[in-house]
Design a protein. Structure first.
Length: 340
């Protein structure tokens, strides 16, 4: 791909344009997207104008915005050259992370790889998962590098999703023998009454977000078989007492709803060859009034220990609907107002 800049005459009526040239016109069509919707998204987010001329794209706008748009387009084109597709999530990721990144090194094994531009990619049976923000990227790297990793922040930032993806990836590569997913069975502000069915039927509604994540990464038949063989377990936090979890990737979700004693109990289940990921949102504690969240105590007590990482997310890392980030920011701003 050749890159050049065409500088117009000094007259103000003709803005400076940044030209990108793409050798493969078929890939350029995929880059632009149906009805140029990919270009439209980049234009809207970066306040630039992009015009297609044959196998070239001309970018108009502020110089810094032109450079950022060019970097995003180049990275997306390289993605197409490598045989991958370009989806909305890929554009969102590049816009958030500024196009190409510096290579930050690699890790032994092929389940996490650094691609062109230092991209982190997690391999699962059904899809490739790529962090969409710098905070997510650092979190994934710590999930691979540390035996115990905390992910703390608001809903929609990918804390649990990425942890489960890393767990599936390490399971596929043989680094762990089992995946164990858990969360406290705490009602979120409303009484659900007596649920029908056996124990599995009663607790499954609380565990559904974990099932949803697994279904994204593993074929349904394989997932069902692994659950039947207990190589993948999904259970309430209370079921962890008395166990030693060896050679397993263990995820505790909604950790803000674990009491201090429950958190201590869970953390001390860590066995030989295992990894743990603890995820939670300190603003959504559903414990009874006066009961201390075990997540807060864990932060206070463990934040200086070797082998344990803490990654924090903000509303800027939300990867759900854009309104979710706006809602979180509105609530955060209200919480910071002085009380009268």
């Amino acid at each position: 791909m050749a890159i050049s800049e065409m500088t117009p005459p000094p007259a103000n009526e003709t803005p400076k344009e940044h030209i990108l040239e793409f050798p493969d016109n078929r890939l350029l069509i995929d880059l632009c997207g149906e009805y140029d919707r990919n270009l439209a998204e980049i234009e809207q987010k970066l306040s630039v104008q992009i015009i297609r001329r044959g196998n070239q794209l001309a970018i108009f706008g502020e110089e810094a915005a032109q450079a950022e748009a060019a970097s995003v387009l180049e990275t997306l084109y390289q993605r197409l050259e490598s045989g991958k597709s370009v989806e909305h999530s890929d554009i969102d990721r590049e816009l958030r992370m500024g196009g190409s990144e510096q290579n930050t090194g690699s890790r032994d094994g092929d389940q996490m790889e650094l691609f062109k531009g230092g991209k982190v990619e997690i391999k699962t049976r059904k899809k490739l998962v790529e962090p969409r923000t710098d905070a997510q990227k650092a979190y994934v790297q710590n999930l691979f590098a540390n035996e115990l990793a905390f992910g703390i922040g608001p809903a929609g930032t990918g804390k649990t999703y990425l942890a489960v993806a890393v767990g599936v990836s390490m399971f596929i590569s043989g680094e762990v023998d089992r995946i164990i997913l858990s969360r406290p069975a705490v009602e979120a502000g409303e009484k659900l009454g007596y649920l029908p069915g056996d124990m599995k039927d009663k607790v499954d509604p609380y565990m559904q977000p974990l099932y949803d994540a697994l279904n994204d990464f593993l074929p349904s038949k394989q997932l069902a078989k692994l659950i039947e063989e207990k190589r993948i377990e999904i259970a309430p936090l209370a079921f962890m007492r008395g166990r030693t979890l060896a050679n397993a990737f263990v995820v505790l979700d909604e950790a803000q709803n674990a009491t201090t004693m429950q958190m201590k109990m869970f953390l001390t289940r860590l066995g030989e060859g295992s990894r743990m990921a603890i995820t939670g949102d300190r603003t959504q504690v559903d414990l009874p009034r006066g009961v201390q969240s075990g997540l807060r105590d864990a932060e206070r007590l463990l934040n200086r220990l070797n082998g344990i990482s803490f990654n924090y997310f903000t509303a800027d890392d939300v990867v759900r609907h854009p309104l979710v980030a706006a809602i979180i920011k509105a609530y955060d701003a209200d919480a910071e107002k002085p009380t009268t």
